[in-house]
Design a protein around this ligand. Structure first.
Ligand code: HBI
Ligand code: FE
Length: 288
């Protein structure tokens, strides 16, 4: 099988970037983007933080198909100094962090095929660009992402990568936030998934617990299915405040404390919704 140009690891530069090769997308690939986009936007309408869809509009991500990074970057660079760079797939942690620390968001550039519209294991351009890029137009979120990159480089030297990866997972990927109109999604892993958009917000099964840095850094997560627990921040400013201080003392005090299972509730939790657990319990009995 020929190497697909949008996942060509042989073309990687030293920083793992490749050219997006926007001209090489087929009409079918553009149509796949439009399909994903046109079903996700109405679903997100009263479920995602309002600024998300405003920024989707601001970046004009919808109409024609797969966005051209050169065009997105004109808007992004002017707004917050971020750019999107194309990568062929998952890149090593240190490379990923280095890009974020330099305000570059590494986005895959291939798009899923029609027979895996609802589920795929690795990130594709719809997850990376539709899910992650709009919020990079928000100045506070933009700073948080850069700080995460810097913190990642530092955590690697402190043997604390697992802790930092959990923070990323439960905020950037699967975070919820409180707004005057109720809970809203801001995590890209939710916002780019039709099923999880409804599950994370509307389903009685998962726990919804107030964000606490130590708690999140102790909590395992699942990568193979919807989350059993979602953490709820009080807006990006509160998230930035909570994650601003140096994590060295945090890592030190967490040393020796047991990890918390994805679906567990602990004594110190501020529980906003105690999940029934029915969704994941049903899966276990179906499998067993
Ligand atoms: N590479 N392309 C890509 N996208 C990611 O989200 C990503 C990655 N490499 C490492 C990584 N994420 C995570 O392991 C870190 O956030 C911990
Ligand atoms: Fe992601």
């Amino acid at each position: 099988m020929p190497v697909e140009i949008h996942r060509d690891t042989a073309a990687q530069r030293a920083d793992f970037t490749i050219d997006q090769n926007w001209e090489a997308y087929t009409p079918e690939e553009h149509a796949t983007w439009r399909t994903l986009f046109t079903r996700q936007v109405p679903l997100l309408k009263d479920r995602v933080v309002p600024m998300f869809l405003e920024h989707v509009d601001g970046l004009t991500m919808g109409g024609t198909g797969i966005p051209d990074f050169r065009r997105l970057n004109e808007v992004l660079r002017a707004a917050t100094g971020w750019t999107v760079v194309a990568v062929a797939g998952l890149v090593p942690d240190a490379v990923f962090f280095e890009h974020l620390a330099s305000r570059r968001f590494p986005s895959t550039c291939f798009i899923r095929s029609l027979d895996e519209l609802d589920y795929l294991e690795e990130p594709d351009i719809f997850h990376d660009t539709f899910g992650h890029v709009p919020l990079l137009l928000d100045p506070v979120y933009a700073d948080y992402m850069q700080e995460y990159g810097k913190g990642g480089l530092k955590a690697q030297g402190q043997g604390a990568l697992t802790r930092l990866a959990r923070l990323y997972w439960y905020t950037v990927e699967f975070g919820l936030t409180r707004t005057p109109d109720g809970l809203r999604i801001f995590g890209a892993g939710i916002a780019s998934s039709k099923g999880e958009t409804v599950f994370a917000l509307d389903d009685p099964s998962p726990n919804r617990i107030a964000f606490d840095l130590d708690r999140v850094m102790r909590t395992d997560y699942r990568i193979d299915d919807y989350q059993e627990t979602y953490f709820v921040i009080d807006g990006f400013e509160a998230l930035r405040r909570a994650t601003e201080p140096d994590f060295t003392p945090v890592y030190a005090r967490l040393e020796g404390q047991p990890d918390i299972a994805p679906g567990a509730i602990t004594g110190g939790d501020t529980v906003l919704h105690r999940g029934t657990g029915a969704y994941h319990a049903g899966k276990v009995s179906a499998a067993g």
